[in-house]
Design a protein around this ligand. Structure first.
Ligand code: ATP
Ligand code: MG
Length: 391
């Protein structure tokens, strides 16, 4: 029996032009993810079909991490021919152990002479006649047999595996993810990707105060996010001089506020330079002093770029659950320092004042320092080879 993978699209937009973009982008993303496999992919407005001689389970696993897919089905493909459908259906059912069943036919080929309801009965009675001790249960069947009758071929299947849903990565354009080594930001990146945003990442390091291990940890996190989007670019900013200038010249209570204003300024410039339409980060309201609404307002004031905070209203426990699901948690909790945690003041303001922040900032020649940091930026393309970042 010839097996085929059938893909049902995720949350499709109803606009026609968007639908085409959605399908084309999903198609390209799937092709890229399956580049090491021998596959033939065909698509139409409601389904995508993947034929392969390679291991189907491996391919299904990869597909289940691709945003924009509602569900994945492994089906048996037959010609749209009544006798053939009957015979194959019976062959399949005989191999399955069940007591109750239901047949669900979907007839998108209106030329097919038997209506869906009637065909359910035709197939149902064949099974009842040929398999002992089974009966129909339309409410809660053990075996739900689905038959999809299309133009040339008919697909017979049982289980549907849920996909990630969301939109194909890229349909929403590009965004710059502020990626630290913590738990939150990789989760924020994942949620943004699921909304169709293609990401690049920016990481601020402060060597020698932050170590090479801290940087490798971030690279490893990027390689985990590569499960969803291939070949993510990581921009590394050397933040040492700016942090030292802040440490030496700024009222300790405002150090974090000013440091984050600098991060936002640099992120905005890097986003512009790389055609990113928004900045994404892992801030969550109330989590720490720099994430009160007042702090966010004072920090956000340096940019008019949209700042997307997918976790703004998430509880930490929910964030942790997602980070476990996307397999970033174990890496995130490795104990390497982040540039935010060094030079940490004892009493960071939770309600900073914008005028004060601006006044304090005048103590440092930040524009020059920012330019220098951007000129020295390191751009790394992280490919799927995670071995390099063993920690
Ligand atoms: P995370 O768990 O992601 O580290 P957090 O709760 O520790 O977040 P902060 O350290 O205040 O929070 O940082 C808030 C957000 O700012 C992070 O989620 C991340 O998006 C960004 N950020 C913090 N430090 C860095 C860094 N060194 N490089 C890039 N982005 C950073
Ligand atoms: Mg952090």
């Amino acid at each position: 029996m010839e097996q085929i993978i059938l893909i049902k699209y995720g949350e499709l937009t109803t606009k026609k032009a968007n639908r085409n973009l959605f399908i084309k982008t999903l198609y390209d993303n799937i092709l890229e993810k399956l580049q090491d496999y021998q596959v033939k992919i065909t698509k139409d407005r409601v389904r995508m079909f993947i034929e392969t001689k390679d291991n189907i389970d491996d391919i299904v696993n990869i597909l289940s991490n691709i945003p924009g897919i509602h569900s994945i089905v492994v089906a048996v493909k037959v010609d749209t021919n009544i006798e053939e459908i009957k015979k194959t259906t019976l062959d399949i059912a005989k191999k399955i152990n069940f007591k109750t069943f239901k047949v669900e036919t979907k007839r998108s080929n209106k030329e097919f002479p038997i209506h869906s309801m009637e065909f359910n009965q035709v197939i149902g009675s064949i099974l009842l006649k040929n398999i002992p001790n089974i009966k129909v249960d339309v409410r809660n069947p053990e075996y739900l047999l689905k038959i999809e009758i299309r133009e040339k071929y008919t697909y017979i299947y049982q289980k549907e595996k849920g996909g990630l849903g969301g939109y194909p990565i890229g349909v929403a354009g590009k965004g710059l993810l502020m990626l630290s080594g913590g738990i939150d930001s990789p989760v924020a990146g994942y949620l943004a990707m699921k909304r169709g945003i293609k990401i690049e990442c920016i990481y601020f390091e402060s060597p020698p105060h932050t170590s090479i291990n801290a940087k490798n940890k971030v690279k490893k996190l990027v390689s985990k996010l590569n499960n969803y989007q291939s070949n993510i670019t990581l921009h590394v900013i050397n933040f040492t001089k700016i942090q030292e200038a802040i440490y030496q010249n700024i009222n300790p209570n405002y150090m974090i506020t000013i440091m984050r204003r600098m991060m936002y300024r640099i992120s905005t410039l890097v986003a512009q330079k790389n055609n990113c339409l928004a900045i994404i980060n892992g801030e969550s309201v109330g989590q720490v002093a720099s994430q009160t609404l007042t702090s966010m307002q004072v920090i956000n004031n340096v940019t008019n770029y949209p700042i997307i905070r997918p976790l703004a209203c998430y509880d930490k426990l929910d964030i942790i659950n997602i980070s476990k699901k996307i397999d970033t948690y174990e890496t995130s909790i490795l104990p390497y320092e982040d540039c935010c945690t060094i030079f940490l003041p004892k009493h960071p303001v939770i309600n900073p004042n914008l005028d004060k922040a601006i006044a304090y900032e005048k103590n440092i020649n930040y524009e020059e320092l920012i330019q220098e940091a951007i000129n020295n930026m390191e751009n790394i393309k992280i490919t799927n080879n995670q071995e390099k970042f063993k920690l």
